[in-house]
Design a protein around this ligand. Structure first.
Ligand SMILES: Nc1ncnc2c1ncn2[C@@H]1O[C@H](COP(=O)(O)OP(=O)(O)O)[C@@H](O)[C@H]1O
Ligand SMILES: [Mg+2]
Length: 362
């Protein structure tokens, strides 16, 4: 059981390279927090600072109300699982898992009990006497997780634990981690990934990191339905949310935006009279685009179709270096290639951004 509190935490490497600043987070016992963000945004750095593997150069980290900045990693009650799971190759699964406990001079009975419990949770019972080389990648990663479980930490930290696994195994192991979390409701977990499907499926709350700080914190669906910025809107969801430039021409509970492409968007994002004429980007997710009879948000010629089976992605023709508008329609629609298609969207699903910031969050 552990609450974590980060207050104005920052990191500067070598005295001059600032990679993180003013990180404020309150993490409660039992949460599974996922850090996402583009490569190099400081996810691993933040995790390593929590673990004590990297010095915190600004602010404070508290675990259960106690300042941890200068507490050595071994005394923080934390276990970390990395992307490369580095098991001892000459030791059996059992010995790999019990190694840290032997070093800590636990009794054979305690070690046995801890291994039995971890092996049961991770379904590793049949493999306890095998060497790592006789295990699949997913099983090895489970042993690595087992090594942390036996230590009964207060906080589990995972740094992209699945990124070395192939696609099918990633999905299977992702589900195992979700089940593992369910079996340990009082453990606090922080999980780093750049894979937004992992973030959406595992997290109780997602922390989106960007530009050295926290872009938004919220439940997966909060971030999906109410992103606070174009950055978060485009980072969560795949393919990314479409952004269509325009100008506000009607305000009130329902807002009207005249789009540069000729269409008109209606949105349930409220605006006031002073917003008339405001330059905005309208945001519509590909899966929220529907074929329109007459009034439309977007009209374009389909350049490429990708039929994925349950849905078809339509990529529309775009100006030279502009990002193409993408629509995701249910079913198979190869016949739409080269056709002109009109699309509209439910006003409840139309976002509005001004200078990158959602009008919902002013
Ligand atoms: N030991 C280091 N010294 C200097 N810069 C570092 C060091 N470790 C990481 N960085 C830099 O800090 C930034 C964040 O890195 P990292 O936390 O690994 O990002 P992420 O895990 O989000 O991909 C990167 O720009 C990286 O180059
Ligand atoms: Mg990293």
């Amino acid at each position: 059981m552990a609450d974590l509190k980060l207050t104005d935490v920052g990191k500067t490497y070598g005295g001059s390279v600032e990679v993180l600043k003013n990180i404020n987070l309150d993490i409660k016992t039992g949460e599974l927090i996922v850090f996402v963000g583009p490569s190099g945004c400081g996810k691993s750095t933040l995790l390593r600072m929590i673990a004590g593997l990297e010095k915190i150069t600004a602010g404070t980290l508290e675990i259960d109300g106690q300042r941890m900045n200068d507490v050595p990693p071994s005394q923080r009650g934390i276990a970390m699982v990395f992307q490369s799971y580095a098991l001892y190759p000459h030791m059996t699964v059992r010995d790999n898992m019990s190694f840290a406990l032997k070093i800590a001079k636990k009794s054979p009975q305690e070690i046995d009990a801890a291994i039995t419990k971890a092996a049961r949770i991770l379904q590793l019972e049949p493999y306890l006497d095998r060497l790592p080389k006789a295990l699949s990648g997913g099983q090895r990663q489970r042993v690595a997780i087992g090594r942390s479980i036996v230590r009964d930490p207060k906080v589990y930290l995972f740094d992209e634990p699945l990124s070395n696994l192939d696609a099918a195994l990633r999905v299977a192991t992702r589900i195992e981690i979700a089940q593992l979390k369910e079996q340990m409701p009082d453990s606090t977990m922080i999980y780093v990934t750049h894979d937004q499907v992992e973030a959406m499926t595992l997290a109780s709350r997602i922390v989106v990191l960007a530009n050295k700080g926290v872009a938004q914190v919220g439940s997966p669906l909060e971030l999906y339905e109410r992103p606070n910025s174009e950055f978060v809107a485009q980072f969560i969801g795949s393919p990314s949310m479409n952004l269509l430039p325009g100008e506000i021409t009607g305000t009130g509970q329902r807002t009207t935006v005249a789009l540069e492409g000729g269409g008109t968007a209606l949105s349930d994002v409220p605006t006031n009279a002073a917003d008339m004429g405001l330059k905005v980007n309208v945001g519509v997710r590909p899966e929220d685009m529907v074929e329109a009879a007459d009034a439309y948000v977007f009209e374009g010629t389909v350049n490429i179709t990708e039929a994925l089976g349950e849905v078809t992605l339509l990529y529309f023709e775009a100006q030279a270096d502009a990002h193409p508008v993408i629509a995701k329609l249910p079913g198979i629609h190869k016949e739409l290639r080269r056709k002109t298609v009109r699309l509209t969207a439910d006003p409840a699903k139309v976002h509005i951004f001004n200078e990158g910031v959602s009008l919902l969050y002013r």
